[in-house]
Ligand binder design. Structure first.
Ligand code: ADP
Ligand code: MG
Ligand code: MG
Length: 478
């Protein structure tokens, strides 16, 4: 695909590059916790030593899609009939979605007290090289509406590549040019979005709440948001787990302001709450309900979280659905061009056909449940056995998706000091920042937030950095 002559690096130069990259990472907070129990010990984040080649045209196309996706998901989050139909149908087969859906319904009945919502999204893509084609195009893996992580560590990795690569390479390699490394402002743009929402909340003494998991290894990606919020915007951020929130939080009886430790919360920003594991008891669910009922601006609201479900992605691919939300036909064409084949696995005729197809040609597909955070999908050869084991009801909680097949690409990555070289797959994420105000159907902010490139060994199916499958990378635009 690309000239990657720089990968023919001598062992001596490789060890110099590795040391430079690791030291840069350790010096700049491009780190994760070694182990969630060892709170004072860090290690450099898993990173690639070189940026990975990515077609400039496709990168720019992905950037252009983001405001359209941001607005689409905002409209979906406000379409009660849609949520009722698509998510309501899943409540029989998915306990986690059912609990979220009940919060959505109950708070809706009680009356929503906050009309402003904040979205910090990330739309993820993998390059797809269709059989007999020479040009790869991006296809969307998924659209994340909750806890889109790595904005800070990603921007730091972009900086790292800009620093360490020139030290050895710039006069040597014809492809590794500084101009080919796009700026990445994700580190400042997400806090900027939170700050804007905080301002709109309009209470000077209020603070931002980050809802966190109890033993978070990726805490520094989050800490950077806190520090930038303070440095650039003079806004305090409080970190609390769902357990702590139900223990320490309450609603003001008159205003429904969320009060925690005597402080009013302007924005509740979730970096937890996307997985059943985040809710071991009813207490965590009570915290979620408390926040949803409150006047705090949520990032995201439960409605936004629900429309981030994989099932919604599949429904959006059904002909005619996008047109209901997007008036500009060329925008519809653009979004659709990045959709991989998506199929239901329910009892509908389409679902039965898809299940049959998946049994016949499993190598073409991935099966996805309504889960976030990585490690939940069923890939290719594992599909038939899984399908045969499932009842129809269980099967209905999954969607089926065409496997995206990227062109060949190699890189050298380093994880906990260990160098790994080989064929890799990259996944591009584009951050989006959206603030909507329902009072006048207003779009207050609809912007790009920056990007993330994650790279993993080609033989690995899953993709999370935190889950140990991939490393943080940056694109080398070609
Ligand atoms: P999650 O919400 O858990 O992150 P994803 O849909 O992103 O779920 O799937 C997890 C990983 O699985 C992705 O990061 C990607 O590496 C891989 N993956 C998902 N869908 C596909 C697909 N259609 N083709 C190829 N790989 C996929
Ligand atoms: Mg996801
Ligand atoms: Mg994902």
């Amino acid at each position: 695909m690309t000239n990657v002559e720089y990968l023919e690096i001598s062992p001596t130069n490789l060890s110099i590059l590795k040391e430079q990259a690791i030291d840069w990472a350790l010096s700049h907070g491009l780190v994760i916790r070694t182990n969630s129990n060892l709170s004072s010990t860090t290690v450099h984040a898993p990173i690639s030593l070189f940026p990975s080649p990515f077609p400039k045209k496709e990168f720019e196309f992905a950037l252009g899609l983001q405001p359209i996706f941001n607005l689409l998901f905002h409209k979906l989050s406000r379409d009660h009939e849609f949520i009722e139909k698509v998510i309501g149908e899943l409540t029989d087969v998915d306990d986690f979605l059912e609990k979220l859906y009940n919060i959505y319904i109950n708070v809706r009945k009680e009356g929503v007290t906050q009309q402003i919502s904040l979205g910090l999204h990330r739309s993820d893509y993998i390059l797809h090289l269709a059989p007999n084609s020479t040009e790869a195009h991006i296809q969307q893996v998924e659209f994340n509406t909750i806890s889109s992580s790595f904005s800070s560590l990603s921007a730091l990795t972009s900086e790292l590549h800009k620093y360490v690569i020139p030290l050895q390479y710039f006069d040597v390699s014809p492809t590794l040019k500084i101009d080919a490394l796009p700026t990445n402002e994700a580190m400042i743009n997400l806090p900027k979005g939170i700050a804007k929402a905080h301002q709109l909340y309009g209470s000077e003494n209020a603070v931002v709440l980050m809802v966190i998991q109890p033993a978070e290894r990726n805490a520094f990606d989050q800490r950077w948001i806190e520090y930038i919020l303070m440095n650039n915007h003079k806004i305090h951020l409080m970190r609390k787990t769902l357990f702590e929130i139900q223990r320490d939080g309450e609603l003001d009886k008159d205003t429904k302001a969320l009060i925690i430790d005597n402080k009013e919360i302007s924005v509740a920003y979730f970096r937890s709450g996307y997985s059943p594991k985040d809710h071991p008891t009813g207490k965590e669910w009570n915290a979620r309900l408390l926040i949803e009922r409150s006047k705090a601006i949520k990032c995201p609201t439960v409605a936004y979280q629900l429309v981030g479900a994989k099932k919604v992605q599949q429904v959006l691919a059904v002909p005619g659905v996008l047109e209901r939300y997007i008036s500009n036909p060329s925008d519809v064409t653009k979004l659709r061009s990045c959709f991989a084949g998506l199929y239901p696995l329910d009892s509908s005729p389409e679902g039965e056909t898809a299940a049959k197809l998946a049994l016949e040609s499993p190598e073409r597909f991935v099966m996805k449940p309504q889960r976030e955070g990585g490690g939940n999908n069923i890939y290719t050869k594992d599909i038939p056995q899984a399908l045969r084991r499932m009842t129809l009801l269980e099967r209905s909680s999954y969607i089926l998706m065409d496997l995206i097949q990227p062109p060949k690409m190699s890189n050298i990555v380093v994880r906990e000091g260990e160098v790994i070289q080989g064929e890799m797959i990259s996944e591009l994420g584009i951050y989006g920042v959206f603030i909507g105000d329902n009072r006048d159907d207003g779009i207050v902010v609809n912007e790009l937030g920056g990007h993330l490139l994650r790279t993993k060994g080609r033989e690995t199916n899953e993709g999370g950095v935190a889950t140990g499958y991939s490393v943080i990378d940056s694109p080398l635009l070609i």
